[in-house]
Design a binder for this molecule. Sequence first.
Ligand code: KDG
Length: 351
Amino acid sequence: MKRRLKNVLIGLTLPAILLMAGCGNQASSGTSGTSAAPASGIQERTIKAGIGLNEDHPEGQGLKKFAEIVAQKSGGKLKVQPYFAAQLGDDKKMTEALQAGTQEITIPSTSPLVGMIKEFGIFDFPFVFNNEKEADAVLDGPLGQKLLEKLPEHNLIGLGYWENGFRNLTNSKHPVAKPEDFQGLKIRTMQNQVHLEAFQALGANPTPMAFSEVFTALESKTVDGQENPLATIKSSKFNEVQEYLSVTKHVYTPFVFLVSKKFWDKLSPEEQTILKEAAAEAGAFQREANRAENQKALDDLKAAGMKVNEVTPEEMANMQEIIKPVTDKFAKEFGEDLVKQMYDQVKQARQ
Ligand code: KDG
């Protein structure tokens, strides 16, 4: 411990040393630290970062890239320890751990966070975006930023959006090509009211559930199907327990890069800059990797024996029409101005 403290002190400026002098040696870990931010310098810290998806998923690759960039920018002092496949818990549990200050980073879907910030629910509206570029324009623009600014009052810091992507339906019963095909299907959804009511409107029987429980629920036939981007369907091997894949692209959902505010407030401005830049650089890498993998995954899933059907634009429009009363209702709840802003930015991105 003594030698570690000496190494830490060597890398610090005088004000940081003076600041630490009043705080003992707690600043060596991400989970136990000083209550005031050091004025400058980079300390040795271990940063626990957990996600729900597997290491080989583009989100896992993005997290590893983030760890590499942080190590390189901090001269190895900031060590990101990645945890995959919900080893630290599901999206909700990890977000709560960030709020409590017992975990430093997680990158959940925005969808299960609506209990905390209801406005994130606008990203759960089906059929808003035609492609990823439109989603980037909204998420990286003023609207995405406005929602990130709601996080600190919940003890969280948002460093931007990564990509989960367009979601598609899999099930063990039959191909889904038109609204009637949803009738009676038991579908796992994320823990999110817009998803739940949209599937109900289509005649399905949705069951909200944490991602970590989905494979077992499909295998045991507790549910007939689930919906997720192709990269996730492949990485989580849902093809082993699902026969049909319907390319519904019914909703684009983002990931949000979250940092514990309790941890963030202990960091020096240099350390905060390193995390911010690394989240953005690794995010650009993650989006690219995700897009490449989503292209490839369709062929891989076909090759693995899944029966794949496309959904025509006409049938997608029919689905959208059926869901419209649900989105109208939630637009009122989340703020019609906010929803209008989202559609205006999509329109602008289309021009
Ligand atoms: O790491 C993110 C996952 O935990 C989760 O958000 C994946 O889209 C997802 C889902 O269906 O729960």
